[in-house]
Design a protein around this ligand. Sequence first.
Ligand code: ADP
Length: 179
Amino acid sequence: MTTRPEIVLVRGDITRQDTDVIVNAANSSLLGGGGVDGAIHRRGGPAVLDACRTLRAGHYGRGLPTGQAVATTAGNLAARWVVHTVGPVHSTREDRSGLLASCYRESLRIAAELGAGTVAFPAISTGIYGWPMDDGARIAIRAVREAAAGSVREVRFVLFDQPAYDTFAKALAEDEATG
Ligand code: ADP
């Protein structure tokens, strides 16, 4: 299947989504943190952390590099898989937007490899990692539009508060207007 996924915006908590994949804005340790990461591990339970520890003991002994993604079980979450990706910390000295786009692209590539139909993303890097919401939203929407999404028919951005939702809605409208 090569049709473009539909982009859907919702305001809410990503851990409550019923999508096949929930994307986690992880850190490179893969061993949990604050924000979305903490919420996913809390609700996903020990199976998610165990799977992350196994990854650290194996292929990702040095951690998951920024811009890459890897899947684990979703434990007690309604989703089938969690895809963990490491967003870049925002910098005013260098342009790291390519790494942020890579998070979305790589997460979708892994979701498609798994055969997922629906994927929920948080606004990666816009919390603890300091990315301005408007720029983060533009990069997210453009990256999803340009990605080869395979089986994925819906990409759902789950925005935690109304300002984040409004910013994504504006970025989506602008992206559609410019094609
Ligand atoms: P990062 O370290 O990549 O910046 P954060 O988890 O700190 O990741 O924040 C990413 C975004 O996710 C922020 O906009 C934050 O408000 C939002 N967020 C935090 N908790 C949740 C949640 N449970 N569901 C959806 N979004 C969330």
